[in-house]
Write a protein that binds this ligand. Structure first.
Ligand code: FE
Length: 193
């Protein structure tokens, strides 16, 4: 495992955010950095790749000290999926292992309706979400017999952001996701360089 790759990515992404870029630049340049990271699957700490038998997991990999961005590994157990949800900040999703399906939604007459065809992400693929480019989606593991993992960047400490899930009748349910490794918030601090 090459933790150096993860460390180098965090340094490069921090340098990008330091500039500071507008959102289109975060999406275009951040996507390139993330695509290069997920092009190789040899750097994710094993402790951030463990599926839970009953629900998907989100492990905090790095939190910017100023809270400007966070980096999370999303681990889908077999057949697991999210409700329809929003993010309220920009998000970049890079597929690392396995495959996931993202169905975008938009509101029509107060109800979420499918927006375009579902997108299937395979390792190396990148997707962006935000209130500007489309913030509503539902994500599921393609596989019913194995885990999938994607790596997410968000423009905030996403585990602490107040956002929403939605039912198909348009009812909004506030939620704060937290992190699956809440007691050990920074995996980079736990592993040798
Ligand atoms: Fe999402």
């Amino acid at each position: 495992m090459s933790t150096a790759r993860l460390r180098a990515f965090v340094a490069d992404f921090t340098a990008l955010i330091d500039q500071p870029p507008d959102e289109p630049r975060v999406v275009s340049e951040g996507s390139k950095l993330l695509a290069a990271l997920v092009a190789q699957d040899d750097w994710l700490p094993q402790t951030a790749a463990i599926p839970h038998p009953e629900h998907y997991s989100q492990y905090l990999l790095h939190l910017d000290p100023a809270g400007r961005f966070s980096m999370v590994s999303f681990v889908w157990g077999p057949g697991q999926f999210t409700p329809i949800h929003d993010h309220t900040v920009w998000g970049l999703i890079g597929m690392l292992r396995g495959s996931e399906i993202s169905q975008r939604f938009r509101f029509e007459d107060g109800r979420p309706v499918a927006d375009g065809a579902p997108q299937t992400l395979v390792p190396g693929d990148i997707e962006a979400v935000s209130p500007a480019v489309g913030d509503l989606h539902r994500v599921s593991n393609v596989f019913s017999d194995r885990a999938s993992i994607s790596v997410h960047l968000y423009g905030a400490d996403i585990g602490a952001v107040s956002r929403h899930t939605y039912s198909l009748d348009g009812t909004a349910f506030p939620f704060i996701s937290g992190y699956s490794n809440a007691g050990r918030p920074n995996l980079l601090a736990d592993v040798p360089a």
